[in-house]
Ligand binder design. Structure first.
Ligand SMILES: [Zn+2]
Length: 274
C-alpha cells in the first residue's frame, strides 16, 4: 500500500498461543503493561484447524461455536472470559467508558462502536470482518481504546472522536498516543459507489483515500482515512502503525464480508492494560 505520509507501516507479525493465531504490531514491543491482539480466523487443535473460529453468532454460526471460540481465546491469553468487554456495534461514533456506565450482564455488552478505559485487567474488544479495528494506547496516562471503524463510522469521524474523548476524559496529550490500524479491507478490494462516495466528499485528503474508477465507482482506503483523521487529531504519524493487511485478499487468515458475503464470521480484536 502506498502512503504519502511517514506512517509506520506493516510491522505486524503473526503469532500463535495455545493454537490461537493472531497478528500483533511490533510498535508495542518492549512496552510493559499493555496486551493486544488481532485474532485471526485460525485456531489449531491437535494440529488441525477448527472448522470455524468466530466471535459472533449473528451471521448464522451456532452459539456453541462462538462459546468455544471465546473459551479458546480466554485460555490462550489467560484472560477470564468475563474480563472481556464487547459491544453491540451499530456503525455510529458512540464510545463507551466502562467505568462511567457500570457493568451490565456477564459478560457486559454495550451498544456503541468504541470502548476506552483506564481500568487494568479489562480487555476491550471489537469484532470485524473488513471494517477497520483501531486500537489506541496512551503509555503516559495508561489509557487504552478499541474502535470499530466501518465506512459510516469513519465518515462520521470516529477516529477523531475517540482521540477527543481520551483527551477530555483522561487528560491525555494526543502526541503521546500510539495507534494500531489492524487488518481491514484494502483499497485493492473496496469498490464503493454513490452513498459512500458522497459521505467522504468533504474528507480533508480525499485524493489520498479515494481512487476514482469507472461508472461512478471509486475505491476507498478506509485504513488511510482513519490514519489521516488520527494525524488531524494530533497524533504523531510515526506512532501510527498501519497494518496494510487486506482482509479480502487474505481470507486464509481473516473473515471478509466483501469477499465472502453475509455468512462470513467475525474476528476479534482486543487491547488490555495489565
Ligand atoms: Zn485486497
Amino acid at each position: 500500500m502506498k502512503s504519502t505520509s511517514n506512517f509506520t507501516e506493516g510491522i505486524f507479525r503473526y503469532r500463535k498461543r495455545e493454537g490461537v493465531e493472531y497478528a500483533e504490531s511490533q510498535l508495542f514491543d518492549g512496552i510493559r503493561g499493555v496486551a493486544h491482539a488481532f485474532i485471526t480466523r485460525r485456531c489449531t487443535v491437535n494440529g488441525v484447524d477448527l472448522p470455524r473460529f468466530t466471535f459472533s453468532s449473528r451471521e448464522g454460526d451456532s452459539p456453541e461455536i462462538v462459546a468455544e471460540s471465546w473459551r479458546r481465546l480466554s485460555e490462550a491469553f489467560e484472560i477470564p472470559a468475563d474480563r472481556f468487554i464487547s459491544l453491540r456495534q451499530v456503525h455510529g461514533t458512540k464510545i463507551i467508558v466502562p467505568e462511567d456506565v457500570g457493568r451490565k450482564g456477564n459478560p457486559p455488552v454495550f451498544q456503541g462502536d468504541g470502548l476506552a478505559t483506564a481500568l487494568r485487567g479489562v480487555a476491550l474488544s471489537i469484532r470485524t470482518a473488513d471494517c477497520v479495528p483501531l486500537l489506541l494506547f496512551d503509555p503516559r496516562r495508561c489509557v487504552v481504546a478499541a474502535i470499530h471503524a466501518g465506512w459510516r463510522g469513519t465518515a462520521a469521524g470516529i477516529a477523531k472522536a475517540s482521540v477527543d474523548l481520551i483527551v477530555s476524559r483522561f487528560g491525555s496529550d494526543p502526541g503521546d498516543l500510539m495507534a494500531l490500524l489492524g487488518p481491514a479491507v484494502g483499497p485493492c478490494c473496496y469498490e464503493v459507489d454513490g452513498p459512500v462516495i458522497d459521505a467522504f466528499k468533504n474528507h480533508e485528503r480525499l485524493t489520498d483515500i479515494m481512487i476514482d474508477g469507472c461508472d461512478g465507482k471509486a475505491r476507498l482506503d478506509l485504513e488511510g482515512a482513519n490514519a489521516v483523521q488520527l494525524v488531524g487529531a494530533g497524533l504523531d504519524p510515526a506512532r501510527i502503525d498501519r497494518a496494510g493487511i487486506c482482509t479480502a485478499c487474505t481470507t486464509t487468515h481473516f473473515f471478509s464480508h466483501r469477499k465472502e458475503g453475509k455468512k462470513t464470521g467475525r474476528q476479534l480484536n482486543f487491547i488490555m492494560l495489565y
